[in-house]
Design a protein around this ligand. Structure first.
Ligand code: IDP
Ligand code: MG
Length: 157
């Protein structure tokens, strides 16, 4: 099982689309093991987007991310990082395939409605960045056998 970090960006909050996006993850079979609304700060965004600090759009990106609170989700599933990245679609919403979240809910490169961790190391760091240890939960999932074959969810990753 893997865990990944998703942020529902301010565009989703402002457009009252939180439930629709969360429903997509639930319907797919991902388990929500952490969820909270939070106001991001300059400090956390400098860390979260440190790979973009030299970009001309950096300040504009940070401004867009602090316009309203965001919703942070920690999602769990087999290969959850890759599954959720594929559900999010390519960064630029205008290039994102229909059926992906960005492809269905946005037409912008910056205002691209969701964040999703891009690999195991970033997922690990990002979950710790947005959730305290007691805000992410371990609880029994009763329907694993309906979502996966046993050799899928038992294998070591
Ligand atoms: P990702 O969110 O698909 O992982 P990153 O390259 O990590 O993409 O960029 C983080 C965020 O920065 C994007 O989701 C988007 O909001 C914004 N961004 C990335 N590239 C551009 C750009 O060229 N112009 C404006 N905003 C951008
Ligand atoms: Mg990224």
């Amino acid at each position: 099982m893997e865990r990944t970090l998703v942020l529902l960006k301010p565009g989703i909050i402002q457009r009252n689309l939180m439930g629709e996006i969360i429903t997509r993850f639930e319907r797919r079979g991902l388990r929500i093991v952490g969820m909270k609304m939070m106001q991001l700060t300059d400090e956390i965004l400098n860390e979260h987007y440190s790979h973009l600090v030299e970009k001309p759009f950096f300040q504009s990106l940070k401004d867009s991310m602090t316009a309203t609170p965001v919703v942070a989700l920690c999602l769990e599933g087999v290969d959850a990082i890759r599954v959720v990245r594929m559900m999010a679609g390519t960064t630029n919403g205008r290039n994102a395939a229909p059926g992906t979240i960005r492809g269905d809910y946005c037409v912008s490169n910056q205002q691209n409605v969701v964040h999703a961790s891009d690999g195991p190391h970033t997922a690990f760091d990002e979950i710790r960045r947005f959730f305290k240890s007691d805000e992410v939960f371990d609880f029994g999932m009763t329907n694993l056998d309906r979502l996966y074959a046993p050799d899928e969810y038992n294998r070591d990753e």
